[in-house]
Write a protein that binds this ligand. Sequence first.
Ligand SMILES: C[S@@+](CC[C@H](N)C(=O)[O-])C[C@H]1O[C@@H](n2cnc3c(N)ncnc32)[C@H](O)[C@@H]1O
Length: 218
Amino acid sequence: MPDSKYPYITSPEIRAYCELHSKKANQQLNNLEEKSAITEQTKMLSGSFLGRLLSMVSKMVSPKTILEIGTFTGYGTLCLAEGLQPGGTLITLEKNENLKEFYNEQLSSIGSDKTIIQKLGDAAEIIPSLNYTFDLVFMDAAKRQYRNYYDLLFDKLRPGGIIMADNVLWKGKVVTDDVDKLGKGLMLFNEYIVNDDRVDNILLPIDDGVNLIRKKLA
Ligand SMILES: C[S@@+](CC[C@H](N)C(=O)[O-])C[C@H]1O[C@@H](n2cnc3c(N)ncnc32)[C@H](O)[C@@H]1O
């Protein structure tokens, strides 16, 4: 939940009701959430509610190729992979090499019919080198880089392809005077998207805010 000096995106009661009436994460995801506590940065993790949205959208899109920008411990990766087609590939980018053990344990052997590849390094440097056309992208790394990520990957997104950009309400700070540099980066991104005629989008007040973007067919 956001700090109380910022507006609640959803009331705690509504959030609890929504969670109660939504399908739950599986045991592997619960274990990973628990295990991620050793990083002392568990706020980074998508968590069960957003994770179910990632899984749902991925199952709806049924992608052959997914790009995740910001792996952390792989929670979102596992959720996104639930909808990946057999034979499909998910590329996930992470700059923090200390998180590699999570990839080795959780992701590298996800299932022989699905390929998960982690690339370590700065996402903005890696994206131009990716020789894929993506059906689904989850943007969840450096908040001030969102617009840059978007521009770098746009031509690699297939027409009709989907981008989900996380944290775009920045704990509600985007509607206050108390918005920091990261929040300003997210506001610029949201502004850029709503004015981009090449896409449709809807900014959803789910969790910390998800900008759901679809590249138009023509
Ligand atoms: C919010 S966490 C990702 C959470 C994950 N997607 C999930 O669903 O649980 C953001 C991650 O992005 C990584 N990151 C931040 N800046 C980055 C950059 N410039 N390039 C690649 N990864 C970056 C951080 O190290 C962190 O692990």
